[in-house]
Design a binder for this molecule. Sequence first.
Ligand code: AMP
Ligand code: ZN
Length: 467
Amino acid sequence: MNIQFYNTLTRTKSEFKPMEGNTVRIYSCGPTVYSYAHIGNFRAYIFMDTLRRVLQYNGYNLKHVMNITDVGHLESDGDEGEDKMEKAAKKENKDPYEIAKYYSDIFFRDMGRLNIQTPEIISKATDHIAEMLEFVQGLVKNGYAYETSKGIYFDISKLDKYPVLSNRKLDEQIAGARVDVDEEKKNPYDFALWIKAPENHIMKWDSPWGLSYPGWHIECSAMGRKYLGDEFDIHTGGIDHIPTHHENEIAQSKGLTGKIPAKFWMHVEFLQVDGGKMSKSLENIYTLDDLQEKGIEPLAYKLFCFTAHYRTKLNFTFENALATQKALMRLREGFIRQSEGTEKIESTEIKEYEEKFLATINDDMNMPVAIGIVWDIIRHPKQSKQLAELLLKFDQVLGLDLANSQKYIDESKKIELPEEIQELIEKRKKARLEKDWALSDEIRDIIQSKGYIVKDTKAGIIVEKQF
Ligand code: AMP
Ligand code: ZN
């Protein structure tokens, strides 16, 4: 089956095939573990998960590396500011290794809650210092790097072309005065490969240039090369990685091996909140826990991400996410209805659905349309186990854990009732004891208007949340 992916490098959609055999080699830029990952970050990992699943659905094996950045990512991507890990360590009065462990554990817990597959290889930057150092020494040897008082820098003027991934105009940016002025750098866009550690920097290693630590870009180049070779199939990240981080990874690889490391460069657009950027000052940086508190499950957030194509901006509002939570419950109920169905569906119709779904996911992962097909199946006029099986097959790509639909529905019913609802239930019980049926019905309607259903059963009163 022909898979078409958009490639940032060529700015076109083109056919994807692994470079070698049946295994796709992928590198994904992973989290910098200095803080909690937010829902914007998770849009990037949901995209990564869908990419994995689409490739597996097409019968490919995967060798997928995701890094954990636990040193060297400075506050600005342009080599300015403090190391994010060290800053967090100082703020929390902890060791940076402790900080890294704490936030990576939470990151992987959240990945699990989103039913995101863990890549085959997880590589921590601090475990690969030797490989990074070797890479930098190779660049120095090849004449692509030079030493300043601050560290070892990459000399972009030695390349045939820079930039290649983004179409940013360097001159325009210089005019815009967004580059730092470091007199020791040969070109304003030269970037740090290796940074000499100030006295108080905790994470530092011996090197030919004294105690120092790696720059963020070299980490990914060295780890990608170690596990996937000089050239591999796909490199992923968020769009913010295009102009600096990935551009510089390409520069480094060209300097050492003469090759652009990945054939396909795939980038996910940003999640916005209330139509704008997520920012601390707006207090709109939400985690999965913040969503859960408002009744939005991690898997509902995943379904929410499927409402937009990965290359378009997605706007998060609690209102829309709550609507998706309800949709997810309907999806689960629909799946169960189909599982219990006994009607027969012609095999040609099943095949048509399969073909349409495959063509859609293979068209640069068009998840909004793929979800549309899923709804068509849920709303099919017939009820049939065959359709439930089809949904389970498609869920290999969606990763919404439809197989456990009943469990989620049961759990959602075991809810803690708000005090207001509890009081109304008590009032209704009293009305029923006094045989005031009109009042009892009136209270039941009030309860229902607040999103809860009251059922009077032989076993007693059951209250369920309405989705
Ligand atoms: P970081 O931990 O800051 O390196 O970011 C981890 C990943 O999240 C990177 O791939 C970023 O490009 C991505 N990312 C950060 N913010 C957003 C956002 N608002 N929407 C989508 N992806 C994002
Ligand atoms: Zn990276």
